[in-house]
Design a protein around this ligand. Sequence first.
Ligand code: AMP
Length: 212
Amino acid sequence: MKPQLILLGAPGSGKGTQAARLVAELGYNHLSTGDLLRKEIKSESDLGKKVQGIMNEGKLVDDDTVLELLNANCDLGSSVYIFDGFPRNGEQAKALDSVVLKEAKSRAVYFDIDLEKLAARLTNRRTCSGCGEIYNLLSKAPAKEGVCDKCGGELTQRKDDNEETVKTRLQVFKETIDPVLAHYEETGRLAKIDASNAPEEVFSALKAVTEA
Ligand code: AMP
C-alpha cells in the first residue's frame, strides 16, 4: 500500500504540477486545501465569503475551518491521498496526524527551492479553467496566448498571484514552515527533494519516496 503523501513547499515550488502527475500515473487523489477553499469562494458559500478577504491578502485561514474542510473531503478507508497545502503550521501538522491520518502510513516531502526565485514564477503562473493544467509564461508558455494547449480552455491567473499578495504569501511561508518540517523530521517521515531540478527529475524523486 502506497503511503499517504504530504507535500510541503512554498507557493510556486511545483507541488500542484507534480501532484497532477502523481494522480495520473500512480493513482493518488489530490487534496489541495487551496483548491477546496477557492471552490467555496466560487460557489459563494458562507465559508467562501468568510475566507475570501483573507485569501486575497495572502494570509492563512484559521486552522479549524481548514481542518474541517479537509476532513469532510477525504476518506482514508478507500483512497490514497496527496495532501497539498496542508499542514501550513505546527498545529495543523499535529491535527493532520490525530484527526485525519491516525494509524495510516504517511510520508512528507519538502520541495526545497530558493525562495527568491518564486515571486517571478508565481506572478507568471496561469491555470487552465477547463482542465487545470498549469502554465508559466516564462518557462512553459502556451502555444497560443491565453489558450490551453491540452483542451483549448481559457487560461486564467489566480487572484492571489499578484506581486503584493505573493510577497505576503512567501513571508507567511518563511515564518511558519520550520515547526512543520521539525514535526515530520522528529517522526522520521521527512524526505527533501531539490525542487529547482527539471520536473522529470522531481517526479522521479517523488516516485522513489512513494516506493520506499
Ligand atoms: P494555496 O493554493 O495552497 O497556495 O493556498 C491559497 C490560500 O488558501 C492561502 O494563501 C491561504 O489563504 C489559504 N489556505 C490554503 N491552505 C491553507 C491552510 N492549510 N491553512 C490556512 N490557510 C490555507
